[in-house]
Write a new protein. Structure first.
Length: 576
């Protein structure tokens, strides 16, 4: 009986059919039905309410808070939104009733991984949350979660989704996150992926061109044609052929990212960003997943419309012929990448200028002089971040859309240029620069970056706590950035700041764009010196955008909090 606890006597059930007893890890509901005793975790697995307040009829235990029903013998739920509740073995020895210390089903690594898959398939949030929390207790849990979510996402929907973008963004910065923040962030991504895939048909991927022996140039020519004529099947078969023949990653980057750049700033930068994120997820899961992941971007590559198809970039200055002329000049030259020793440390100021022709021609001159395009993209992304920092509260909330997507695009462009210097991708610098130019009117009047108060004496923990507090109320958009400026000005630990910025972002009921902006700011900050003010500016850009949309109801994060408390064996319903 070493594996059991003595919890009650038979005589305890003379006038009742139930009793809440203290288990080894949690309160246990001991229930008598006829002459048989059953034991289950007394906390409803949905939100922790006490199951002893429910009713039992015909072997079905009902929790009346949300009317979830459970098999009293196994703890399995008849209502998938609630999750199963752990059951315990019961032994009766003479007058004593004993309950097993461990649940009938051991919640080990494999159990949590299987439940993660089930939660994705059934789109059950509480199952996803609890399985992620359980897996994070193991050293291999994080990798298992990212792989499971990524593989499920690409196998159960036809095209690349917001959830996969969110997952990749989180995976890119997970090394800076605490276990608690990882639980919130990954739960957010898991729920979005499950929702994206719910009710979607399984993709039927197109096969490669069997026995194809054509050159890379021919494959590139085909892909450009399929994109321009919006032929999905031809594009997918061309991509599959390139992958199966073992084409190197730089060529695959050029094949997709270069082809989509035929349209200027395709779909407001979304297409380029989604394709770039697919390459990043491949880098996380492994190159053997190329044929599973990259075809999911074909729709984002082919079904696009560029700024040449609308009027926004046509007036008061028609930017389209200016861009096309520079693209033509660039394509005629062979880029020779040298070094950045003589590069302009204030290059970003060029992109905040008022003369589009000067901006475009300067980009061409800088690139053809041998400067690394990644360096140019780094400064371009920083200029886009400044647009967010200077975004005034007099604008409408919906006006964030344009500069936010400009910044996300410029970050994606810089990541792509770190993998390939193909002129077909480099021309994206023209697109990003003109998007920054178009956004200039959204900086009138210009908001000011908060300044560091050297007399401020708040400690690091106080400033981190203040980050959460200022988002609990509707305040000036500068309230949170001011905390960031003070924190960075004092030289406090930057990794803890990143962790807190991610936490306050994913606890809100917001779309994936907020996390995209934050991930972009973190990725860009890595390219600047540790003590540079530019890093502060990048973080302020993301937090100003977040503050404009807060607070929310935070229903999403409440679910994670409940899951963590259940996982910690707390009696949730007693109080906060």
């Amino acid at each position: 009986m070493d594996d059991y606890l003595k919890v009650a006597l038979i005589s305890d059930f003379k006038e009742t059919d139930r009793k809440v007893v203290k288990g080894d890890h949690c309160p246990v509901l001991l229930y008598k039905q006829g002459e048989t005793y059953f034991a289950v975790d007394n906390r409803c697995p949905h939100m922790g309410f006490p199951l002893d307040k429910g009713t039992v009829h015909d072997g079905i235990l009902t929790c009346h808070w949300h009317h979830a029903r459970f098999d009293i013998s196994s703890g399995c739920t008849f209502n998938l939104f609630a999750d199963d509740t752990p059951s315990y073995k019961v032994k009766v020895e003479k007058e004593a009733i004993w309950v097993s210390k461990q649940p009938s089903v051991i919640h080990d690594f494999d159990f949590h991984l299987n439940r993660l898959h089930e939660g994705l398939a059934q789109n059950v949030s509480i199952v996803l949350v609890k399985s992620i929390i359980g897996l994070l207790n193991y050293n291999k849990g994080l990798k298992a979660i990212i792989c499971a979510l990524g593989e499920y996402g690409v196998k159960h929907q036809v095209e690349w989704s917001q959830g996969l973008t969110l997952l990749t963004a989180i995976a890119n910065i997970e090394e800076s996150l605490s276990s608690e923040t990882k639980a919130y962030a990954l739960s957010f991504a898991a729920q979005m992926i499950a929702s994206d895939c719910s009710g979607q048909p399984a993709p039927r991927r197109k096969a490669s061109l069997s026995g194809n022996q054509v050159s890379d140039d021919q494959l590139m020519s085909w892909m450009e044609h399929w994109v321009l004529t919006r032929q999905e099947e031809g594009a997918e078969r061309t991509l599959a052929t390139a992958i199966e023949r073992g084409s190197p990653l730089p060529f695959l980057n050029e094949l997709l990212l270069g082809s989509v750049q035929q349209r200027i700033y395709a779909d407001g930068g979304h297409s380029f960003d989604f394709i770039n994120k697919a390459f990043e997820l491949t880098g996380i899961l492994g190159d053997e997943k190329l044929l599973e992941i990259l075809p999911s971007t074909i729709k984002a590559t082919v079904r696009t419309f560029g700024e040449e198809d609308s009027g926004a970039w046509r007036a008061p200055i028609d930017l389209i012929p200016l861009i096309r002329n520079e693209e033509k000049l660039l394509s005629a030259k062979i880029l020779k990448i040298g070094n950045n020793e003589n590069s302009d440390d204030k290059l970003f100021e060029l992109f905040l200028g008022e003369d589009p022709q000067l901006i475009l021609s300067r980009i061409s001159g800088i690139i053809t002089s041998g400067v690394d395009p990644f360096f140019v993209a780094q400064h371009l992304a920083f200029a886009a971040a400044i647009r967010l920092v200077r975004f005034p509260e007099s604008n409408e909330l919906g006006d964030w859309f344009s500069p936010v997507h400009t910044f996300i695009y410029c970050n994606a462009l810089s990541q792509a240029l770190s993998r390939s210097h193909s002129p077909m991708i480099v021309r994206g610098l023209y697109h990003g620069a003109m998007s920054v130019f178009v956004d200039r009117f959204l900086n009138i009047p210009s908001a000011k970056l908060p300044t560091f108060d050297s007399n401020g004496n708040k400690t690091e923990p106080e400033l981190l706590a203040e980050m959460k507090e200022v988002l609990n109320h509707k305040e000036s958009w500068n309230a949170l950035p001011q905390v960031i400026v003070q924190y960075m000005g004092h030289g406090f630990d930057e990794q803890r700041l990143i962790d807190k910025m991610v936490f306050v972002t994913v606890r809100e009921d917001l779309d994936f764009h907020k996390m995209q902006v934050l991930e972009a700011s973190i990725q860009q900050a890595k390219s600047w010196p540790h003590d540079a003010e530019s890093r502060t500016t990048l973080y302020v850009a993301a937090m100003r955008h977040l503050a404009a949309h807060c607070p929310t109801n935070r229903n999403q994060s409440k679910l994670v909090k409940i899951g963590m408390r259940l996982g910690a064996n707390e009696d949730v319903h007693i109080g906060e």
